[in-house]
Design a protein around this ligand. Structure first.
Ligand code: XMP
Length: 179
């Protein structure tokens, strides 16, 4: 795997430090919420970010899972976001925090937020580890953002290319011949 990597953009240490900071921001935001928070990770890219983030959050919470597919097969071109598995918990009247790996064109977050709104939660906020600037329309925003990155396809720390590299511990760019 290592030999396919061109450059590391964000190291595992930098990721750990930033996830600490994000968890502190999120905890401060929800500290008065007695009802308990529902975290909705968008599978599968957010799994490693999610597992690091939730272990740093002190409040009571539940997880609700949703799966969206946006990159079909071996391509870096974003297709229309498509719901593969709908939410599996009741969020009516609850605070919801959507967790995703990356905000790119915004199609995924828009679809998920529309679906969640229909289920009448008390609030919806979003946390993304990475954001590619100026591609998402202005109405698709994230409340908590880990890192702004340039517009290039990245892998590692849960993000894949054609299913691979999710277990690479850093955020990285592949050598051109592997895309
Ligand atoms: P959109 O364009 O809907 O994208 O905001 C969000 C989803 O697309 C995937 N994505 C990426 N996956 N490297 C990846 O491995 C990337 O650079 C990248 N950009 C977008 C990702 O699943 C994200 O949830």
């Amino acid at each position: 795997m290592e030999q396919d990597i061109d450059r590391i953009l964000i190291t595992d240490r930098e990721l750990a430090q930033r996830v600490d900071e994000m968890a502190a921001q999120i905890a401060a935001c929800y500290s008065d919420d007695d009802a308990g928070l529902i975290l909705v990770p968008i599978l599968s890219g957010s799994i490693i970010f999610l597992s690091d983030l939730i272990r740093r959050l002190p409040m009571k919470m539940k997880l609700g899972l949703i799966t969206v597919s946006s990159y079909a097969g071996a391509t870096t071109e974003s297709n229309a976001a498509e719901l593969v598995m709908d939410l599996n918990v009741d969020i009516r009247g609850r605070h919801v925090l959507v967790v995703d790996d990356i905000l790119d064109t915004g199609k995924t977050l828009r679809l998920v937020k529309e679906r969640l709104h229909q289920r009448a939660p008390r609030s919806i906020r979003t946390a993304v580890l990475l954001r590619k600037p100026s591609k998402a329309p202005p109405d698709v925003t994230a409340d908590f953002v880990g890192f702004e990155i340039a517009d290039e396809f990245v892998v590692g720390y849960g993000l894949d290319y054609d299913g691979h590299y999710r277990n690479f511990p850093h955020i990285a760019v592949l050598k051109e011949e592997h895309y």
